[in-house]
Design a protein around this ligand. Structure first.
Ligand SMILES: NC(=O)C1=CN([C@@H]2O[C@H](COP(=O)(O)OP(=O)(O)OC[C@H]3O[C@@H](n4cnc5c(N)ncnc54)[C@H](O)[C@@H]3O)[C@@H](O)[C@H]2O)C=CC1
Ligand SMILES: O=C([O-])CC(=O)C(=O)O
Length: 330
């Protein structure tokens, strides 16, 4: 049984995510933290007849108790995009929010697994890691940028393109980062493999849709935020896989944005394909009781994917540097 805290639990993602976590029978305690509205969210969820206990923590003065004894911290705290914005435009506000939450984690539950949802993930994950490093508690196997929504979208969009594909069964490694052209879906490497006809005719269109899927939701919501429900589903899926792995059970392979020191040996394959000397990259990961058990090596990609990896890496280098710098100058 595990204890989970959601930081930003009263928000658009936080609420449906907390609902899905309340349904997870392997969670015994659910701590909901926010700077607004969280007592109501917790009271509401606490009436659902699963065995977990739900507690609310309102305001910064309660962050420490919210995190005491916690095994898994999930962070959807921060502002979402409006039309016309990039994820990088969120850095100004979200970088400081995530930095302060990471400091709280380092003090209260330094061995917790940390799942970062707040954007821009390409920078917020380095921010969390740098704070944990400064406090001497960083373990690269335990910090994850949640990129599961890219994987979820990839499988769903493939079904939109070809109804013979099962969205629930096809597995697509999506690597790189979590924004625009840093998102690199390796459609040549799906399990099961895609029909050759689809690969030939619609590859670049589907790739583009996966890379910019977030924009579809931002535009449709028209100023009222970005993906929340599909994101809650994706984060719950990742958290469930991690919980299964912590318990020592079989767990699925999940792509996630991590520090590549989590498994330097297997990181070599992705470095050779285009990640170069980047410290962080989204890679398929086998989860285990300590978090990242191993990075699943990628042996080949198509020519177009190799080019996309180079483009992604150039953009990622800047995002990662921005995150690291922020911690050291602030
Ligand atoms: N990783 C991914 O794939 C995705 C990431 N996101 C990101 O998730 C973040 C949250 O999105 P939404 O839930 O839609 O936003 P929202 O505005 O609906 O909710 C954010 C919540 O964070 C809370 N918050 C703000 N500052 C806080 C602090 N210092 N401590 C604790 N809580 C704080 C707010 O009070 C609010 O309840 C955004 O940055 C968004 O870009 C969104 C979708 C997908
Ligand atoms: O697009 C956004 O800003 C939110 C997000 O990360 C996504 O939906 O993938």
């Amino acid at each position: 049984m595990v204890k989970v805290a959601v930081l930003g639990a009263a928000g658009g993602i936080g609420q449906p995510l907390s609902l899905l976590l309340k349904l997870n029978q392997n969670i015994e305690t659910l701590h909901l933290y926010d700077i607004v509205n969280v007592p109501g969210v917790a009271a509401d969820l606490s009436h659902i007849n699963t065995n977990s206990t739900v507690r609310s923590f309102l305001g910064q003065q309660n962050l420490r108790t919210a995190l005491d004894g916690i095994d898994i911290v999930i962070i959807p705290a921060g502002v979402p995009r409006k039309p016309g914005m990039t994820r990088d435009d969120l850095f100004k506000i979200n970088a400081g929010i995530v930095r302060d939450l990471a400091a709280g984690i380092a003090d209260a539950c330094p061995r917790a697994f940390v799942l970062v949802i707040s954007n821009p993930v390409n920078s917020t994950v380095p921010i969390v890691c740098e704070v944990l490093k400064q406090k001497g508690v960083f373990d690269p196997r335990r910090v994850f940028g949640v990129t599961t929504l890219d994987v979820v979208r990839a499988s769903r969009f493939l079904r939109d393109a070809d109804p013979s594909i099962s969205a629930a069964e096809i597995s697509v490694p999506v690597v790189g980062g979590h924004s625009g052209n840093t998102i690199v879906p390796l459609l040549s490497q799906t399990t099961p493999p895609l029909p050759a006809s689809l690969l030939e005719s619609r590859l670049s269109e589907i790739t583009h849709r996966i890379q910019f899927g977030g924009d579809e939701v931002v535009q449709a919501k028209d100023g009222a935020g970005s993906a929340t429900l599909s994101m809650a589903y994706a984060a719950s899926r990742f958290a469930t896989s991690l919980i299964d792995a912590i318990k020592g059970g079989p767990s699925t392979i999940e792509p996630t944005f991590i520090h590549l020191d989590a498994d330097p040996q297997n990181a070599q394959s992705i470095r050779a394909l285009g990640a170069g000397d980047l410290a962080y990259f989204a890679v398929p990961v086998q989860l285990g009781p300590n978090g990242v058990e191993s990075i699943v090596p990628i042996s080949t990609v198509s020519e177009a994917e190799a080019e996309a990896l180079v483009v992604a890496s150039e953009a990622l280098a800047k995002n990662i540097e921005a995150g690291i710098k922020f911690v050291h100058i602030s």
